[in-house]
Design a protein around this ligand. Structure first.
Ligand code: TYD
Ligand code: MG
Length: 392
């Protein structure tokens, strides 16, 4: 599965252990079953402590997957699991190359108390399984439930015992994001993209067709398109801002998808260098499609979206922006600017505003790339010269 391989850092490493965390119902079991079914040249053991083997079988049928080399076992007892993944005779190959434990919270050992799911049990059972698996070159996936608050005693306490930690996240709709928060075998920058469909998880191979909102006519104020880098991909995303007078004069920021400190910083730069007041306004910021954006190159789009929202002027269609904004209001070079502009061009954006120069070592200037030196410059180019400075 390309999207899973991408996040793992190229694929599954023999003997490696992977934690797959996420809220109940997000699709962890579905992902594991689809993965298991696809590994046709490997023997896979799927241990289920939550559902019966029959339920897994029914889900496999519903997903339309089958794999004669996939064994499903309903089991909660640690020692029976470790015995099954150990070769019968020393020196023999392990009976399974991949083992999935769904979920680690349901596995228990009398060695660690009587109740499954306690921090002690989770630590003990994870350690024992990962250790046995490593010894015999078996790759193991631990499914772990994470509650809405995210912290929970469970999964976090075992992160240090595994090689890779993946978290499955959900946006408002059926989109699912798979991110690595730790990876001994690859970067943690990549994200895997899926949608949950009636017949299981479907990989999103063309993210720009999913995340980019196609609009006809002019854009509503506060909406700006930005090419951002997520892992090895350029994604075009729509940044949305809304500003309203703050009650009681205290400005607040509501932003889940972009770091709210970044929102405050852009508002401060706009206030200082373009004379636009934000300190008496609440700011709401969102990213269409619900993806969290960490790329610093989103800053120019964020600043322009705030400007557009605050002045009620629409951002021109067929335009995209990327760049880092310094506290002095300058637009600084960002990684892979040429590639961003090229991707924007491929997606029909005739103009891509960005920094005036490329980063060292990069070359090529796509025709649609329009360099700007400062945020004030960018605003003039986008909204017209007379609108560059406003008293707000
Ligand atoms: P599941 O993989 O059981 O989640 P988890 O193991 O993380 O708790 O999937 C949960 C939801 O996904 C379930 O509520 C129904 C939905 N779903 C689909 O929409 N299509 C499918 O093909 C499958 C298997 C599940
Ligand atoms: Mg499950």
């Amino acid at each position: 599965m390309t999207e899973l391989d991408r996040v793992l850092g190229g694929g599954i490493v023999a003997g490696a252990s992977v934690l797959v965390g996420g809220e109940p119902g997000i699709g962890k079991s579905t992902l594991m079953l689809q993965m298991a079914a696809q590994m046709r040249s490997r023997s896979v053991l799927y241990v289920t402590g939550e559902e019966s083997a029959r339920q897994i079988r029914l889900r496999a049928d519903r997903l339309g997957v089958s794999n004669p080399k996939l064994a499903i076992l309903a089991e909660n007892q640690l020692e029976r699991i470790t015995r099954l993944i150990t070769p019968g005779t020393v020196g023999d190959p392990a009976p399974y190359q991949v083992v999935i434990v769904d979920s680690i919270q349901t596995i228990a050992s009398p060695e660690a108390g009587t109740v499954p799911g306690t921090p002690n049990q989770i630590k003990y059972t994870t350690f024992e399984i990962a250790d046995t698996a490593r010894e015999h070159g078996v790759a193991v996936f631990f499914v772990a439930h994470v509650t809405k608050e995210g912290s929970i005693a469970g999964p976090r306490t075992i992160e240090h015992m595994v090689d890779t930690v993946l978290y499955f996240e959900q946006s408002d709709d059926e989109t699912r994001y798979l991110r690595a928060s730790k990876n001994r075998f690859g970067s943690t920058d990549e994200i895997g993209l899926f949608t949950m469909q009636p017949r299981g998880l479907v990989q999103i191979t063309d993210p720009n067709s999913v995340f980019l909102v196609r609009r006809s006519g002019s854009l509503p104020a506060g909406v700006v398109v930005a090419p951002v880098i997520e892992g090895s991909r350029v994604l075009l995303v729509e940044v949305q801002a809304l500003t309203v007078p703050a009650k009681g004069g205290i400005s607040r920021v509501f932003s889940d998808k972009l770091d709210s400190r970044r929102v405050n910083r852009m508002a401060a730069v706009l206030e200082k260098h373009l004379g636009l007041q934000f300190s008496d306004h609440d700011m709401y910021v969102n990213v269409a499609g619900g993806m969290r954006i960490r790329d610093v190159g989103v800053e120019l789009a964020l600043a322009v979206a705030l400007y557009s929202a605050r002045t009620d002027r629409s951002f021109p269609s067929a335009t995209a922006v990327a760049g880092e904004v310094s506290l002095a209001g300058e637009i600084r070079p960002v990684a892979q600017m040429a590639r961003r502009a090229r991707t924007a061009s491929e997606m029909g954006f005739a103009r891509c505003l960005g920094p005036g120069s490329v980063r060292q070592g990069e070359s090529g200037t796509p025709v649609n790339w329009d360099g700007v030196a400062s945020l004030e410059d960018a605003v003039k180019k986008i909204f017209g010269a007379q609108n560059g400075r406003s008293t707000g």
